[in-house]
Design a binder for this molecule. Sequence first.
Ligand code: PRP
Length: 195
Amino acid sequence: MKKIVPEPFQRLAGDVLDVYLTREEIQQRIEEMGQAISRDYDGKRPVLVGALKGVMCFMADLVREITVPVEVDFMAVSSYSTEERDRGVVRVIKDLDLPISDRHVIFVEDVIDTGLTLNYLLRSLRARSPASLEVCSLLNKTTRRLIDVPIKYVGFNMPDYFVVGYGLDHGEQYRNLPFIGILKPGILFSREKGS
Ligand code: PRP
């Protein structure tokens, strides 16, 4: 069945080719992920670390499906340039506020693509001697992986579609769509050309 853009969002979603995951599909999967995390961390108080900004919706919904006590922190990273990003060089703009030494850490991402950002951040987190460190990502673009990264909790494995919504952007747009949609190829092209 074709997934339809909800009526109030049709104007905002004009650049969306197709709905990839509906709000309901996302919520249902997050419920399952929250249950798995609650089971695995029974008796513990994990620290959830999110990588801004794409993770904002996922983190907000995920924490509300976890039934053990958690603490939440965020990091923000940026690449100097596309070339540097391709080499896995990222700049930490905002570091953690909480110490994570001897803590059970779950690193939360909206999407893992090449794996370069995650690889860099995991190295940085491991250096702080957490008691354990696992990764939880809503989306996993397996075909684009350049480096092997361990992901314990995956929402959806997906092909190499450029998706927006539910926190994910293109040029800072579309983060507030309540579903995940595939962007029209023309839009992707024209924005990349800077028009
Ligand atoms: C996305 C995502 C990851 C990274 C994954 O962030 O949140 O941090 O890309 O890509 P990789 O596996 O190829 O390294 P993005 O740069 O889009 O920034 P944002 O979260 O602020 O939207």
